[in-house]
Design a protein around this ligand. Structure first.
Ligand SMILES: NC(=O)C1=CN([C@@H]2O[C@H](COP(=O)(O)OP(=O)(O)OC[C@H]3O[C@@H](n4cnc5c(N)ncnc54)[C@H](OP(=O)(O)O)[C@@H]3O)[C@@H](O)[C@H]2O)C=CC1
Ligand SMILES: O=C(O)C1=N[C@H](C(=O)O)C[C@H](O)C1
Length: 242
């Protein structure tokens, strides 16, 4: 498969390795310095472009790739609150294709399913309160992490006594607080903790490197080459739907 990369930073380079190891060809690499290449024949020849940049530029990259007629996989976080509805509509009704996930690692796909299941159980046990924490490297631009927001949404969908996530401190019982820590070169740790007077139950996902995110993004690109619309991990792994 022909893959274009948009963003050639920590993730772009890791994805290049994963794509080559699965027999794919990298036909174009667009970074901040060669934005004209969105119009190049090399970019347009890609079956799928994989975009990992930052919260401020992801949306404009999507528009440029859509204009060039290239399907997209993106892991950029922090853009969804502002542009999510518009981008989803462009994909569901406007004929564009984007596979987006806040976290492409297979471990987080599993963790996310466990998170929803645990929230469903805890819905029956009001003695437990729930909090979340996420730790990432100091270069990260957004907080809370995209993964933390997705995990929080999974809890809110399944637990009646919580209806909104908040940054850091909860001020009322219906709020789910997410604590963000920025430390060294941490790849990404997410912990969900249920606490009662008697005991606590915690689940944690701890990324050991960026290889898992990159492999998941390449698997998503392989899926996207033959599918259309707004796609996510629950398309790749239908067990995540509940
Ligand atoms: N979904 C997932 O599984 C994961 C998501 N992420 C997310 O992916 C994003 C990227 O992470 P990471 O690779 O670590 O970040 P980096 O900062 O290492 O890489 C981003 C790259 O994008 C470049 N860039 C900036 N502006 C543009 C532009 N307009 N067009 C093309 N390239 C541009 C940057 O160049 P320069 O440095 O010169 O500005 C940099 O090389 C973040 O939003 C992060 O949260 C990260 C890991 C996993
Ligand atoms: O910026 C990162 O590094 C990561 N970002 C994603 C997020 O915001 O959840 C995924 C992963 O945790 C690494």
């Amino acid at each position: 498969m022909k893959i274009a990369l948009i963003g050639y930073g920590k993730m772009g380079r890791e994805i290049e390795k994963a794509a080559l190891s699965r027999g794919h060809e990298i036909v174009s690499i667009i970074d901040i310095n060669n934005q004209d290449d969105f119009e190049s024949e090399a970019f347009k020849s890609a079956d799928v472009a994989i975009e990992f940049t930052n919260p401020m530029v992801a949306y404009s990259n999507y528009m440029r790739a859509f204009k060039a007629g290239v399907k997209l996989v993106s892991g950029s976080t922090g853009w969804m609150a502002e542009h999510g509805d518009e981008v989803k509509e462009l994909c569901s009704k406007g004929g564009k294709t984007l596979f987006w996930s806040s976290n492409f690692s297979l471990g987080v796909a599993i963790f996310s399913a466990v998170n929803k299941y645990l929230a469903k159980i805890m819905n029956q046990f009001p003695a437990y309160d729930v909090t979340m924490s996420e730790t990432h490297h100091v270069h990260k631009l957004d907080a809370p992490s995209g993964t933390a927001i997705t995990l929080a949404e999974g809890i809110l969908e399944n637990m009646e006594r919580k209806n909104v996530w908040v940054k850091e401190e909860a001020h009322s019982a219906n709020e789910l607080p997410i604590h963000s820590i920025r430390e060294g070169e941490v790849f990404g740790i997410h912990t969900i903790r249920y606490d009662s007077e008697a005991d606590s139950i915690s689940i944690t996902h701890d990324a050991k490197n960026r290889g898992g995110f990159a492999l998941g993004a390449v698997l998503a690109a392989e899926y996207t080459a033959t599918h259309e619309g707004y796609l996510g991990m629950s398309n790749l792994f239908p067990f995540l739907k509940d």
